[in-house]
Design a protein around this ligand. Structure first.
Ligand SMILES: C[S@@+](CC[C@H](N)C(=O)[O-])C[C@H]1O[C@@H](n2cnc3c(N)ncnc32)[C@H](O)[C@@H]1O
Length: 437
């Protein structure tokens, strides 16, 4: 049971998260702030899950109480959102949550609003499935970006936006630690990739990471990199060094996967870039941590690839463009994406195309341009490739041999391959292009 004081603290912090930091606050950043708040375990849980569901709880409230004065009732609305979270997702009894709601409203002298708020609580469904069914038309009306996502994904998968993202640990080939039962009872080994699906993150798995023997990466990205490396290893001359240009590289997941998949099979050199100096520093930390005994085979610099890179640079055999995107495939990892009413898909597409045009110039003849996003929207994926090919006829899509094709989670698009979010997978897209001259 949470005390009144703790609940008030949670409501105040959620108000900041939602109304003041909407467009900039990543869930993990807000979580770091919450760690300083000295909340009890149940307080932390309530805050975390209310935060995950906040955008849709507020849409629901707005639809049922359209007259609320947004300015003067901010905190009151957060109290209501908490009460709804407790009813719909945490199965707390009505009398307890209504009494807390009233207390909260009393503390901020907004008791006048208690009656309509209580009515909303009574009306609200008791199951999350029912809640999301009601929410779909409301969400579509409130957020054009979400409407786009729902049209692509189908509303049946809506729930997977709000669950924890699955935890997949990618195991490095130089791993020395034996992984066997009973550890395997809290994990599932992927049938083809050296990766473990963790039911819970234990001290054992954390120690693998700390020792540089493993790193976390969604299985869609891991499968993508596995496919890319198979193509690379087949097409490239393995007797000489393969130069990789990783253009949007931070925090380094794709580079690490590249190193993993080519270990002892090819000599690679990675020139990595990122627009953001802090993220570039994080990239270096992650690579160093995971490669404690390996020779340094990379460089990291900052550059904005929407502009040309003029410094002399040896052409690369493979250019990775893991492009900035809307993140429509990873909403459950970054639920704050739904708070950003300002996602402009046209602008994103323009940026993605600019980055492709500027990076493609750094490829050798017969080199591979690997484009990927964690979006499921055609506008950021196949459409971008179609526009790029119109402007760059010296490129064509590499058609994957059956042995190299990704698993049945993936669907072939006009250009490239896309997988939708599911229980195990995040939404992801990739396409490989070859430069013929
Ligand atoms: C999807 S993330 C990359 C993830 C990374 N490839 C990995 O696997 O860990 C996109 C990255 O692109 C960077 N970025 C955004 N716009 C950029 C630009 N114009 N030029 C270079 N990097 C950019 C962002 O800072 C971000 O780190």
């Amino acid at each position: 049971m949470l005390g009144k004081k703790e609940k008030f603290l949670i409501a105040q912090s959620l108000k900041k998260d939602f109304f003041e930091y909407q467009s900039v606050a990543g869930l993990h950043i807000r979580e770091q702030e919450a760690a300083k708040m000295n909340l009890s375990e149940s307080g932390k849980r309530l805050r975390y899950f209310t935060l995950r569901h906040l955008s849709c709880l507020i849409w629901y409230i707005e639809a049922h109480f359209p007259k609320w004065n947004k300015k003067s009732t901010h905190l009151a609305v957060i109290f209501l959102a908490i009460a709804l979270e407790e009813k719909i997702f945490q199965k707390r009894p009505m009398n307890a949550l209504l009494s807390d709601l009233k207390d909260g409203l009393k503390q901020i002298s907004q008791l006048w609003i208690a009656k309509p708020f209580e009515a909303i609580c009574f009306q609200a469904p008791e199951h999350s499935e029912e809640f999301f069914k009601i929410l779909v038309p409301i969400a579509k009306k409130n957020n054009p970006f979400f409407k786009e996502v729902l049209n692509t994904i189908g509303s049946t998968s809506l729930l997977c936006f709000y669950e924890h993202p699955p935890l997949w640990l990618s195991i490095m080939p130089w791993n020395q630690t034996k992984i066997e039962s009973p550890i395997s009872t809290d994990s599932i080994h992927h049938p083809h990739l050296d990766a473990y699906y963790l039911k819970k993150n234990s001290a054992f798995w954390r120690s693998l990471q700390e020792q540089g023997e493993a790193f976390f990466q969604n299985i869609a990205s891991q499968e993508y990199m596995h496919v890319l490396c198979n193509v690379l290893l087949e097409k490239m001359d393995l007797s000489s060094q393969i130069r990789i240009l990783d253009t949007c590289a931070a925090p380094g997941g794709k580079s690490l996967a590249l190193i993993k998949n080519t270990y002892r099979k090819a000599k690679i050199h990675i020139d990595a870039f990122d627009i953001d100096p802090q993220r570039a520093a994080e990239y270096a930390r992650n690579i160093e941590k995971t490669l404690p005994f390996q020779k340094i085979i990379y460089s990291i610099q900052t550059h904005d690839w929407t502009t040309a890179y003029e410094k002399a640079q040896q052409p690369a055999h493979c250019v990775l463009v893991d492009a900035p995107c809307s993140g429509s495939g990873v909403i459950r990892k970054h639920p704050d994406i739904l708070w950003r009413n300002c996602i402009d898909l046209n602008l994103l597409q323009k940026k993605q195309l600019q980055i492709l045009n500027n990076t493609a110039k750094h490829l050798t003849k017969n080199g591979i341009l690997a484009y990927s996003t964690c979006s499921i929207l055609n506008q950021e994926n196949s459409e971008v490739i179609a526009l790029f090919l119109q402007e760059n006829p010296q490129f064509h899509e590499i058609s994957l041999q059956p042995a190299h094709q990704p698993s049945s989670q993936w669907k072939k698009e006009q250009y490239g391959w896309c997988c939708l979010p599911s229980e195990e997978y995040d939404g992801f897209y990739f396409c490989f292009l070859e430069k013929s001259h």
